[in-house]
Design a protein around this ligand. Structure first.
Ligand SMILES: Cc1cc2nc3c(=O)[nH]c(=O)nc-3n(C[C@H](O)[C@H](O)[C@H](O)COP(=O)(O)OP(=O)(O)OC[C@H]3O[C@@H](n4cnc5c(N)ncnc54)[C@H](O)[C@@H]3O)c2cc1C
Length: 396
């Protein structure tokens, strides 16, 4: 591109949503450029799903997303469904499998998803500029519908401008707040941002770091929501899918309720052992249902070294409750350094749910994680990136 170039569509951010938007607009015959400050595109896709990219969820629907307006995502998700992205994956002969709970992963590598997007962009004639440092964006004076993007030395003019810079998580691979700043500059309202899908930190004096490495199925509840998946004790606190899920509805100071024995009735197990004449202690009986190290950690404070035979039924019910109703207030989260996504972002009230266009700024579109739509763990965030990117790409 030369000193001053003109395109129909400029997309800032070549991640999941930006590339989907670019290839869709390009396929309509629009001239499109993707501008990204990173040295290569789709870096977050490359590290996603443990390197295998959980690229969608078969069951993705509006109920799997959080937003100040929970209905906002409905239209885009309906018009670009998980089956649409799956058809694209199959057209590119990428082998995939369903892992669990509708989560679809590449058999091989997340690189295949990036290659798919780049191939579609190339086929649609999309221009790509990596290493693009954006110094500023302005509306061109006298024109109601053109934007000038200053790249410090060259300028790109565009009829449509798409903000697709994602969230703030994992700054080491290129996350930045540029998109939020530009949205504010154009008068769009913001919903406060926070790390989400992120591990919890627990107070060191609980001694839970001694449990590091233990994984158990758990039911975790907070603020009226609840998830059943694996919980992992870490050095700093708690992680695992169930914790990442609940972290998205947790605010500083909120209590979290954890059932460490969700698929059994601990009181019934202990009372049955007592009735059956077991000589074992409460802890010993529970070892058959929970990791030994975990039971030992609870044993002192909850008096679990007594034989079941010498405990009342109420004592046994109380001992079981210690595992069924463990409550705690995390001291914090591991922050954007470890968060998979950012919740909050550009307020959907200012956007069209059909096109992602800013109501007050014709020609300005916002797609992907930058918008206040946050998916559950399990392929939902990519599905939002594909669906919102596609919606904008059809009209930008
Ligand atoms: C470790 C990890 C694993 C994940 N695994 C999954 C998963 O398996 N399934 C799933 O659904 N979701 C997963 N996610 C979430 C998913 O990656 C994001 O929700 C998704 O990538 C958002 O797409 P996006 O296009 O909005 O933003 P991104 O994919 O983050 O793309 C934003 C782009 O904007 C560029 N950019 C940023 N700032 C600037 C700037 N100043 N100038 C120019 N360009 C800029 C970036 O370089 C980047 O290329 C994971 C996230 C992480 C961190």
């Amino acid at each position: 591109m030369s000193e001053r170039d003109s395109v129909d569509v400029a997309v800032i951010g070549g991640g999941a949503a930006g590339l989907m938007c670019a290839m869709t607009a390009g396929a309509r015959g629009r001239s499109v450029v993707v501008l990204d400050h990173a040295d290569r595109l789709g870096k977050k896709i490359l590290i996603s799903g443990g390197g295998r990219c959980n690229f969608t969820n078969r069951d993705a629907g509006p109920q799997h997303y959080r937003s100040q307006n929970p209905h906002f995502c409905r239209s885009a998700l309906a018009r670009y469904a998980p089956a649409d992205f799956l058809a694209l994956v199959e057209r590119h002969r990428i082998a995939w499998h369903e892992k669990t709970l509708g989560q679809l992963f590449c058999d091989g590598s997340a690189k295949e998803i990036v290659a798919l997007l780049l191939a579609e962009c190339a086929a649609a004639g999309v221009m790509i500029r990596t290493g693009a440092l954006i110094a500023g964006v302005e509306r061109i004076a006298g024109s109601s519908r053109r934007f000038a993007i200053d790249l410090g030395g060259s300028v790109v003019e565009a009829t449509s401008l798409v903000l697709a810079t994602g969230g703030l998580s994992i700054p080491t691979i290129g996350a930045s707040d540029l998109g939020y700043r530009l949205a504010r500059q154009f008068g769009l309202a913001m919903v406060a941002t926070d790390p989400a899908l992120v591990p919890f930190i627990l107070r060191a004096d609980g001694g839970y770091s001694a449990l590091s490495g233990i994984a158990v199925p758990a039911r975790v509840a907070c603020n009226g929501e609840s998830f059943d998946e694996a919980l992992l004790f870490t050095h700093a606190g708690l992680s695992g899918p169930v914790i990442l899920q609940i972290s998205s509805c947790w605010n500083h100071g909120d209590e979290v309720a954890i059932d460490l024995l969700p698929s059994a009735d601990g009181a019934q197990i202990l009372i049955a052992a007592k009735r059956g004449g077991s000589p074992a202690t409460i802890a010993r009986v529970l070892h058959d249902h929970l990791p030994k190290r975990l039971v030992q950690h609870w044993a002192g404070p909850h008096d679990l070294e007594r034989p079941v035979a010498r405990a009342t039924d109420q004592d046994l019910a109380r001992a079981a409750r210690a595992f069924h109703a463990w409550t705690l207030v995390p001291s914090g989260t591991e922050g954007y350094r470890k968060a998979e996504v950012t919740r909050g972002g550009i307020d959907t009230a200012g956007l069209s749910s059909k096109t992602m266009e800013a109501r007050a700024v014709p020609g300005l579109y916002c797609v992907g994680e930058i918008v206040d739509v946050t998916g559950w763990l399990g392929g939902y965030n990519f599905q939002w990136a594909w669906a919102s990117g596609h919606s904008a790409g059809e009209v930008a």
